[in-house]
Design a protein around this ligand. Structure first.
Ligand code: GLC
Length: 524
């Protein structure tokens, strides 16, 4: 399947390429950059939401699922983008946000109009608790109670995120049918699949019981960590709903369903579903959440490989629009090793736009903070704006992203850290990404071969990818010190495919001297 051998590239459309001179990226911009994406060597694009939205949560609050937001363009722009994407040999995945709508969606306006409106039960309405307060102790992911009092109809409604993002009631079959029609609308247009937003949230406890307190909670953490979410998400019935969603995709050929799921491994695995009834890929966020150390990384790979169901295809995500970027988490000097790891592990890789040029820490002045979570929980939450700054294309004004001031700042080093300059440098991170993607494309062993750990110590981790056509060893020095590594058979007489820090001799001797922060790919 294309989604097993291929690489996914996530675009945050607001920040990819502006063609409308308003400092906000758009669909025509993505279309203009298709040649870049094709040359980079990726296979599929996943775009964060582009649908009509008041943008309180930058598109994750949708007021019309079957229309394009004017900030991003028109439906004609979308159709042209889809056609050109396919013509470039790439797939296009959309972001499906089924858990909640915007409070400006007409469904919610109807639902909120009177208690006996036919759409009342499309959302989650409850009477006040015995003390007149919220019906239970559930907390919003962005802080504060997850219940909003609605004065006109005298009930609370539930919102797992902002109050302007009311949760749909997925236990209601009419909601499910309406949302499946949304999927069909885009599938009929020819989109190749969806990343489904917070899919583990869709079904809540039928009795809305209180969540238990988290004994490990540290008051410095976001408020959402105060409880253990045993009742507000990840309910057994969610798998029936996902199976129905999967059946909609199965009405079409070759389409992909990815689930956004932040859960411990064994719970995550249940989202593959019984006998292929779940999502094809439950996003694996282990790399996003693990300190960048040899032993830790080796451990999560090992645990993930062991936990996978027999027919479950693995996948790895290095960064996304919600978490600090890899160059910040692992450090700038290790960003190349992270690329090497992501693109040689077993399973579908997802690259986040801008990681290929190593976008790192960006200074965001207080008055330019846009992330609603950071604004709502200033002391405790990570500001997601840091992960959403504009793509840097060239050393011209505004890094070639826009003709005007972008909606978020650029990195301080944008004049050097941009596609144009780094393309001309064979030793750049961008050139490494290109070489890795090319090698991965040419070598079935790197796409679908087996995985086996070879070496692990405090600083060095090595593993093998192999099939009947070839055998590769990936050896990574996680430290800033040189390391001597005993090379196991059959890699001793192997040839060096690439090094993460640039040029080195193709001859592989044992012990191999790895430079500080160096990783290598060796073919036996
Ligand atoms: C997901 C998205 C995030 C959004 C939230 C609510 O976690 O990735 O950006 O704020 O859902 O839709």
């Amino acid at each position: 399947m294309w989604w097993q051998s291929g690489t996914i590239y996530q675009i945050y459309p607001r920040s990819f390429q502006d063609t409308g001179d308003d400092g906000i990226g758009d669909l025509a911009g993505v279309r203009r950059r298709l040649p870049y994406l094709r040359d980079l060597g990726i296979d599929a694009i996943w775009m964060s939401p582009i649908f009509r939205s008041p943008m309180r949560d930058f598109g994750y609050d949708i007021s019309d699922y079957c229309d394009i937001d004017p900030a991003f363009g028109t439906m004609a722009d979308f159709d042209a983008l889809l056609e050109d994407t396919h013509r470039s040999g790439l797939k296009l995945l959309l972001d499906f946000v089924p858990n909640h709508t915007s409070d400006e969606h007409r469904w919610f306006k109807e639902s909120a109009s009177t208690r006996d409106n036919p759409k009342r039960d499309w959302y989650i309405w409850k009477d006040a608790g015995p003390d007149g307060g919220p019906p239970n102790n559930w907390v919003s992911n962005f802080g504060g109670s997850a219940w909003e009092w609605h004065e006109p109809t005298g009930q609370y409604y539930y919102h797992a995120f902002l109050a302007s993002q009311p949760d749909l009631n997925w236990r209601n079959p009419a909601v499910r049918e309406a949302m499946f029609d949304v999927l069909r609308f885009w599938l009929d247009k020819g989109v190749d699949g969806f990343r489904v937003d917070v899919i583990w949230h869709l079904i809540k406890d039928e009795d809305f019981r209180d969540n238990p307190l988290n004994p490990a909670y540290d008051p410095g953490e976001p408020e959402i960590q105060r409880h253990i979410h045993v009742h507000s998400a990840d309910q057994p019935e969610v798998h029936k709903v996902i199976a129905e969603m999967r059946r909609v995709l199965n009405e079409y050929e070759d389409r992909l369903l990815i689930g956004e799921i932040y859960l411990p491994l064994e719970r995550l695995m249940s989202y593959y579903g019984e006998e292929g009834s779940g999502v094809h890929l439950p996003f694996n966020f282990q790399l996003l959440q693990t300190p960048w150390r040899a032993e830790e990384i080796a451990r999560i790979i090992d645990e993930y490989e062991r936990a996978l169901p027999a027919d479950g295809w693995p996948n790895w995500v290095l960064s996304n629009h919600d978490k600090p970027r890899i160059a910040v988490r692992a450090g700038e000097r290790q960003a190349a090793n992270a690329a090497l790891l992501l693109l040689t592990l077993r399973g579908t890789p997802t690259i986040y736009y801008g990681d290929e040029i190593g976008i790192g820490q960006v200074t965001i002045p207080h008055d330019r903070i846009r992330d609603p979570w950071a604004l709502q929980e200033p002391e405790t939450s990570f500001n997601r704006d840091h992960a959403r700054t504009p793509m840097q294309w060239s050393a011209t004004a505004n890094a070639g992203f826009s003709t005007t001031e972008p909606w978020l700042p650029l990195t301080d080093d944008w004049a050097e850290r941009n596609v144009q300059r780094m393309s001309g440098d064979a030793g750049s991170l961008l050139s490494l990404y290109r070489r890795l993607l090319k090698t991965r494309r040419e070598e079935p062993a790197l796409q679908t071969g087996s995985y086996r750990q070879l070496i692990l110590d405090e600083s060095v981790m090595a593993f093998e990818r192999a099939d009947e056509t070839a055998r590769f060893a990936v050896i990574i020095n996680f430290s800033g010190e040189p390391q001597n590594v005993d090379i196991p058979h059959p890699y001793m007489a192997g040839s060096l495919v690439l090094s993460s820090i640039g040029e080195r001799s193709a001859y592989v001797a044992s012990p191999l001297q790895l430079g500080p922060d160096e990783g290598v790919l060796i073919k036996a």
